[in-house]
Design a protein around this ligand. Sequence first.
Ligand SMILES: [Zn+2]
Length: 437
Amino acid sequence: MVKTDVSIEKLQRVIHARRDDLIALTQDLVRIPTLNPPGDNYREICEYLDHRLQNSGFETELVRAFGAPGDSDKYPRWNIVARREGKYAGDCVHFNSHIDVVEVGNGWTTGPFGGALIDGKIYGRGTCDMKGGLATSIIAAEAFLEVCPNFAGAIEISGTADEESGGFGGVAYLAEKGFFSPERVQHVIIPEPLNKDRVCLGHRGVYWAEIETFGEIAHGSMPFLGDCAVRHMGAVVAEMEENLFPALARKRTDMPVVPDGAKQSTMNINSIHGGQAEMPTDYTGLPSPCVPDSCRMIVDRRFLIEENIDDVEAEIQDVLRKVEAERANFSYDIREMHRVLPTMTDRKAPVVQTVARAIEETLGKKPEFVVSPGTYDQKHIDRIGKLKNCIAYGPGILDLAHKPDEYIGVDDMIDSAIIMGRALIELLAKNNNKDRQ
Ligand SMILES: [Zn+2]
């Protein structure tokens, strides 16, 4: 115990001493614009991480997700996996961060890829989500290696592509290749920006579908000679308003989802399009008068761990069947686009307990256990990798993700680095004697 306290004091000193390094590392990562779509500069950021982690004694592998959605010679889906073996046998702790960022959008007052440091905050697209978290985990691992060079087990750090677009060219691909499996990895921490005092156990499920209603084209001056697909879709929306949305609002979960509004089932109508395509904004002519013969709607249904995906699907089918029974000439099609099952790690799982203790000991307050309203790469680690001992934990304010003037606080990164380093000490150093071979 005494020995552990000494190493924690030293860990804190080492991390504070690396503050400038942490800032520079975050800035360097932000200055490589890895916009997704289309998936820019993945190779460049992987090479940067490769250089950094090799210098810290990691063995590295760059893995391209050949054939994954979005992968092409112009936009190759590169990933990096780095591993550092300890002196003795033991568990492997894996930090997984996505390297892609979303589009910049409007409203910035600082350069989105400048990485400006202003009043203790680093600004730029991806600072919060999640290059700051990636940099934090690297500093935590390097500091741990300095404090406990003779540790047991292994540390892995990965930088993966395409999380923002489903993770198929990133974590899903690596999981299929065996990089995430219980034989290789025992604890996973995903440094997504969930705030430094919260442990995220998992996420709700997703069901996306495209619904199409059909009609018959005719001259717009004589709509009675055709059949308007948009009006048919209007009936679908009306039925959803009348019965489906209220039913969803009544379903409550025991999952600790944040924010509160997401503790119920939700559905977003992502888009509706009927009739002829919209003209480019520089087109000055009028549209032609036609009755639309097709209308398409995309729905994004988020469901709870208490719900079953087949029921979620059936509820939407029921809406369509009800409208079909009540409405003349109603014909439709429904096509599933995407599905993700909910996932939630057990609160008693070792990585949950360890990080929770590290938060309490570092910040002097009990952590909050949360579940994310939207999904992230844990879905692939759980379903494909079969790794149940996985959380999201990292610095950064979740609400800033994807917004203009996104930033990350340097003090928050330092606190999180200490928490991650403490977790490494507990998982890989405390049991040295027990695991010694
Ligand atoms: Zn993210």
